[in-house]
Design a protein. Structure first.
Length: 321
């Protein structure tokens, strides 16, 4: 069943991308071909900052739950997890791997590692929702870049639905899983409130979300479609929001479909939106996959050298016996 689901996810992503590109493939290809190398390099640098900030947020969250993670280790594991999140269906496989790898040598089981990863990602979603809501509130004060009235009314459904889902989930958890809810309520208080945790969590998560938006904005500018300020606060967050839909692989397909619909709202072409989204996806993947591969190669070489050293030591001890 899992194999079938993986195959269907890959087929969905490829099919969706193929349909979108086929609609105006020549324009999309031309924009990608003419993308500014310097802009791409700048976006790749921002991805590195994104990972470092995210790793810090994870380390801080884990510390508040009683799990200690060295900062270099957190950075390495976040690169690896981010890569798996982007190449495996569902978008959370890497987080599961990160939780397992960070807790496999611990004495307290997997509860703290799983909670740390889950709450770290939850922190990011709260900051993301905050940015999206701020964008909608800012829209009326930017009359020259106002969106159509019908679209404006419909677009408000996104944060409303998300907030309703969060509040509803809290009430359902409290009603049907009181013991679990009490446990996680303590975790939430420790991670987000006690000893000034809120300020550090919120600021770090806002910075992380800002790096996502900046990367997308630079990708759009690189293909010749510079976004206005309101686009950074609305269409990019909305486009990124589609990546949490549990279909496809790493948000490919759904993200491009959203970009094709949203870029025209601010006066840009659908081809520009699709091109920007494809370039964003490529930058995000390369930006984490290359460092992750280097970390894995380094670990493999280190293990091989350690095994050879141990073997030589064993042979030497045997000859002295």
């Amino acid at each position: 069943m899992k194999t079938v689901r993986i195959i269907l996810s890959v087929v969905f992503a490829v099919f969706f991308l193929a349909v979108l590109v086929a609609m105006d493939g020549a324009a999309v290809a031309a924009k990608l071909w003419d993308a500014s190398p310097m802009a791409v390099l700048a976006a790749l640098c921002i991805v590195q900052l994104q990972v470092v900030l995210s790793a810090y947020r994870w380390k801080f969250t884990a510390h508040r739950l009683g799990q200690e993670i060295a900062f270099p280790t957190a950075i390495r594991e976040y690169y690896i997890a981010s890569t798996f999140n982007q190449v495996l269906p569902g978008g959370v496989a890497g987080d599961a791997i990160r939780a397992y790898r960070s807790g496999k040598d611990g004495m307290d089981g997997m509860r703290k590692p799983v909670a740390a990863v889950a709450l770290e990602r939850f922190s990011g979603q709260l900051a993301f929702l905050t940015l999206l809501s701020a964008g909608f509130l800012a829209w009326p004060f930017l009359p020259q870049e106002a969106m159509p009235a019908e679209f404006s009314q419909a677009i408000w459904l996104a944060p409303v639905v998300a907030l309703t889902a969060i509040i509803g989930g809290v009430f359902i958890a409290a009603a049907f899983f009181p013991r679990k809810f009490a446990q996680y309520r303590r975790h939430l208080a420790e991670v987000f409130w006690h000893r000034g945790a809120f300020i550090r969590q919120f600021l770090t998560s806002l910075l992380v979300v800002a790096t996502y938006v900046a990367t997308f904005a630079i990708a759009s500018a690189a293909v010749g479609a510079t976004l206005p300020l309101i686009g950074l606060l609305t269409v990019i967050p909305l486009c990124l929001l589609t990546m949490i839909i549990p279909v496809g692989v790493g948000g490919w397909g759904t993200r491009e479909a959203a970009a094709a619909l949203l870029w025209p709202v601010i006066g840009l072409s659908s081809a520009a939106g699709v091109s920007a989204s494809i370039l964003y996806g490529a930058i995000s993947l390369v930006g984490v996959a290359v460092p992750a591969a280097l970390f894995l190669v380094h670990a493999t070489i280190r293990d091989l050298m350690g095994a050879k050293a141990a073997k030589r030591l064993h042979v030497k001890d045997s000859s002295l016996a």
